[in-house]
Design a protein around this ligand. Sequence first.
Ligand code: ATP
Ligand code: MG
Length: 131
Amino acid sequence: MIKPDAMRNGHAGAIIDRFIKEGFRIVALKQTKLSQEKAGEFYAVHKERPFYGELVEFMSSGVIIAAILEKENAVTAFRELIGATNPAQAAEGTIRKLYATSVGENAVHGSDSDENAKIEGSFFFSGLEQF
Ligand code: ATP
Ligand code: MG
């Protein structure tokens, strides 16, 4: 997912270009906006964390781009490409280092396991939207 901060700051094109250049195949892609309810559902695993309210507020604050990306070892490769959650700790050249503003507004989301990637993919896309 490309988060609302990166959308507002005009980085969506550069970020998608990076996905493609790093060898990810686009299986599905769309712009949409999460309601507070949907954002809360998406990040439900973090419900007990102190930043949950802020996270839900931010993730529903503007449009996002959702994508399903395919590559060998995609989860690991993608997390390497986006960098650490906190951009201050992200490696040089990673998407979060280049485009994120803060730990809360950190430009992109990546799934943390193949299992969650499946769940998150079907959160946004029907079978007819995946190629
Ligand atoms: P994501 O799941 O969005 O890809 P991540 O896996 O790197 O990020 P998580 O620990 O899953 O990090 O946290 C989910 C999101 O919650 C983070 O991307 C960030 O937007 C927000 N978040 C995490 N830690 C903090 C924090 N300490 N303060 C504010 N927001 C935070
Ligand atoms: Mg996560």
